[in-house]
Design a binder for this molecule. Sequence first.
Ligand SMILES: Cc1cc2nc3c(=O)[nH]c(=O)nc-3n(C[C@H](O)[C@H](O)[C@H](O)COP(=O)(O)OP(=O)(O)OC[C@H]3O[C@@H](n4cnc5c(N)ncnc54)[C@H](O)[C@@H]3O)c2cc1C
Length: 461
Amino acid sequence: MSVDDTILDADVGIVGAGPGGMAAANVLAQAGLSVVVLDEGMRAGGQIYRQLPEGLVNHGKIAEPPSHDGGHALLERFAAAKVTLVSHATVWDAAPGKLWFEHGERSRLLRCRHIVLAPGGYDRCVPFPGWTLPGVVTAGALQVMVRGFGVVPGRRALVAGSGPLLLPTVTALLGAGVEVVAALEASSRWRALRAAPAVLGNALKRREAMWYARQLWKAGVKLRWGWTVFACEGDGRVQRAIIGKVDADGRPRRGTELKLDVDVVGAGFGLVPSVELALRLGCTSRFDAARGGHCVVVDEQQRTSVPGVFAAGEICGIGGAEVAAAEGQLVAEAVIALAKGSTVSAEAQRRAQKERKAADTMLRAFAPLPGLAELARPDTIVCRCEDVTRLGAQQAAQLHGDSLRAIKVGCRAGMGPCQARICGPSLQAMATGDGRRAMDLPVVQVPVKPVRTETMLDAPT
Ligand SMILES: Cc1cc2nc3c(=O)[nH]c(=O)nc-3n(C[C@H](O)[C@H](O)[C@H](O)COP(=O)(O)OP(=O)(O)OC[C@H]3O[C@@H](n4cnc5c(N)ncnc54)[C@H](O)[C@@H]3O)c2cc1C
């Protein structure tokens, strides 16, 4: 088999070369199974261990937290493993035993006995006035710019949102020489204390927390609890951010506003599991607000409800890199057990459960705050692909019903290239004015990621 063939064959096809996919691939290859990993990125590493493109050098200014040592080891093992990695490969559809992907502007197919889904998650967006201005991006996107492309996104930054991802965003910006004028966590200090058992009970997380505290202290950046960004303003791009205090539910406390001059804003309100391919495959999912939204249901061996389809990492609920790596290892053992009649080790199961439990404790402290839905005004764009305002979404809900499908049909929100990945998680909250309103299970259409029309027309079978 050549990687340039239109149709590839493997024992196992893995979607995603992040910690989940890499950990699975390493163990599977060691057991002698043929493994093809498809990833739309340029290089292996996923979101957290993102590597600069070949030829670009990290000048060592972006400090790395202690947990990244494990990531480097994982990447080294992956590079040495007998695994076929196809980068720039966007998987746009799936069926049991088949993964269709676009690569090099060609439509291609991977046929495999087992599928491992490890596509990670994406940033949760909370619309507020001015969030579509150039210079206002998600916290994750800022990291991609800085750590993935070596881009310096601005000179004076505001980082706002909620959850553990804010801290690496601040340190990445500092490493790139950007002044971080404020870092705002919407959760209150008291709510965040619920994460303490997860941090205190885990040596790596303790070291990590202290490392971040030291980085922020050295740079003179103070994390403000119970604050968020209310609005961004500017002529053609962001020039000012209006920040203010929020109550325990995240509701803006009007009258507390402050203005900051900034030229870049990173807004990150947690992550959402990327379940689209799993839904295409018919896997059962369930809604779990603290884990980020709809998550793929797996059993104690990471098997989904569809035979031959396994899942690891953020797709089963947001949890972080250690969870993803532990579940990746467990997935591999489960696939090997199925292929070779072996058994899954109790140690792999115990480790995955322990990591997941710690992550769940941590994430409960940063579960989405319903009051943040009040940041958007009637004229605030909520669906940026189709330019739908909050008022437009509200009118659609009044006229057609407040299911995700009815709102989409009524105003086209969620029908653009992102297929509701950006607006979906908050669309029903925006349309109904009820911030606790959970997103319905999305109806997934192909392509699950944007690809050329020819790719779909030429799809091999
Ligand atoms: C933008 C972003 C930045 C982050 N930065 C940090 C950080 O600095 N520190 C931290 O602790 N955590 C960070 N996280 C969270 C962290 O990335 C995850 O906890 C961890 O990487 C999860 O591992 P995973 O293997 O489940 O998925 P990921 O690491 O997300 O890997 C998934 C991989 O799947 C690929 N993929 C997804 N869909 C497709 C498709 N259809 N076709 C082909 N390939 C696909 C992606 O390109 C990606 O490489 C970040 C998350 C995001 C979304």
